[in-house]
Design a protein. Structure first.
Length: 422
């Protein structure tokens, strides 16, 4: 498939796109707002001549945040436009940066929509986070002489095989990229094999290792612990969970409650549309549950706190002794293991970590990550760490050591972006 055929099929598929958007709006009403932006109509006024950063959703927005902060400091004269594709990503961008940046949804990958967006933004540089590759957007940048960087790029073997099936579309698209800043050499080789220009592929490492924890966040977490009278209470978190995982997590928590009746679980579903149903599930399971969003007090009788707020995941991690990272008990590929590690938490996850193979391998080899596959193993690991503070401390230090050993990717990425800007 080449780009012309891809574009034709995209146009023919627009009714399906509309149906999918309607379905998502039914589940999460925020999808019904700002629809025009998705077709490059009704875009906000954008100051031209700056840097355009695309972060598809919440995870990429969080990963991009340190880079964007540094760009704001180093290039205060350049407007920065951040695009995303989801309402939760949009909320996160606004919460992180407010009026310091320009923001809108990225229009769908149609040539005329991409052209309208670029005519409005007129960036000097485009930075796409991780592996969000859109052939028409990239081509429209190339036509206008706008350098495009794929930053913090990752490409699993499975994804590479998928791209390889559409070589006539993928190879020209990758060849139009000015720089691919990849996380590992293995991923660099995959990009080159798919058609990226070898001189435009460089290994910078993962900027997720450059995570910095605000001391004020730790102070706020300690204050809330005191408010809960929970300084000596065992607390664990199951974060970024997906459908199919919550029942396993609640079964593990019931096992833990039989051993430690004062145990508290902080349950944080990945997607906001599941907040309400997870609260109801906890209640049906007979667990005394409160929602973070209501401000209802966590008392000695509370068994589960549902983290149903946006932008608080690091804070909720800070409240726990042990962290389980979701998207890994089901074949979703896992989520960011480094956030709890940076907070000094022993990290647990399921076996499905194909989105973070290199990071998972480093944490596992260092002794900072323990993997589980069912409720029994999860309860055994959490209970075992509560009972063995020496092992918990060892995992904590191992995780912090992995982060320290891999830092520097952000500076390497920023240096490359500066070269392209100049």
């Amino acid at each position: 498939m080449n780009r012309t055929l891809y574009t034709l099929l995209f146009h023919l598929g627009l009714p399906l796109v509309a149906l999918r958007l309607a379905w998502r709006a039914w589940r999460a009403p925020a999808y019904a707002r700002r629809i025009g932006e998705r077709f490059a109509f009704g875009l906000p006024t954008l100051a031209p001549g700056g840097i355009w950063v695309h972060a598809v959703s919440v995870g990429e927005s969080i990963a991009a945040a340190p880079m964007i902060r540094a760009l704001l400091e180093r290039h205060p004269d350049l407007p920065i436009t951040i695009t995303c594709m989801t309402p939760t990503g949009s909320e996160r961008i606004r919460a992180l940066f407010g009026d310091r940046v320009q923001h809108c949804y990225l229009p769908y990958d149609l040539p005329w929509a991409a052209a309208r967006f670029l005519a409005r933004a007129r960036p000097r540089l485009a930075v796409i986070m991780e592996t969000e590759l859109w052939p028409n957007h990239i081509h429209q940048c190339a036509v206008r002489g706008i350098p495009v960087v794929l930053a913090n790029a990752r490409l699993s073997e499975r994804s590479a095989r998928g791209y390889a099936r559409f070589h006539k579309l993928t190879a020209p698209m990758l060849a139009e990229l000015s720089w691919i800043a990849v996380q590992t050499e293995a991923e660099a080789q995959r990009f080159r094999a798919l058609g990226a220009r070898p001189e435009c592929v460089g290994v910078t490492g993962s900027i997720k290792f450059d995570l910095r924890i605000d001391p004020a966040l730790l102070d706020r977490a300690a204050a809330l612990h005191r408010q809960w009278n929970a300084e000596d209470r065992p607390v664990w978190i199951a974060a970024s969970t997906h459908a199919g995982e919550d029942e396993i997590i609640l079964a593990a928590h019931k096992t833990l409650l039989a051993q430690r009746p004062d145990a508290l679980l902080i349950l944080v579903p990945r997607h906001p549309e599941r907040f309400g149903s997870m609260f109801e599930l906890c209640r049906r399971e007979g667990l005394a549950t409160v929602r973070r969003s209501t401000g209802e007090a966590v008392t000695a009788d509370t068994q589960v706190l549902v983290g149903d707020t946006m932008g608080e995941l690091l804070f909720l991690y800070a409240l726990a002794d042990i962290a389980f990272v979701g998207g890994s008990l089901v074949p979703n590929g896992g989520h960011n293991l480094l956030e709890p590690a940076a907070l000094g938490k022993p990290v647990l996850a399921g076996p499905h970590l194909f989105n973070f193979l290199e990071i998972a391998a480093q944490l596992r080899e260092a002794g900072a990550l323990a993997e589980v596959s069912d409720a029994g193993q999860l309860a055994a690991q959490v209970g075992g760490l509560w009972a063995d503070p020496v092992r918990a401390a060892t995992m904590r230090e191992a995780g912090l050591g992995v982060l320290k050993a891999n830092q520097g990717a952000l500076e390497r990425l920023l240096a490359g972006l500066s070269r392209l800007l100049s």
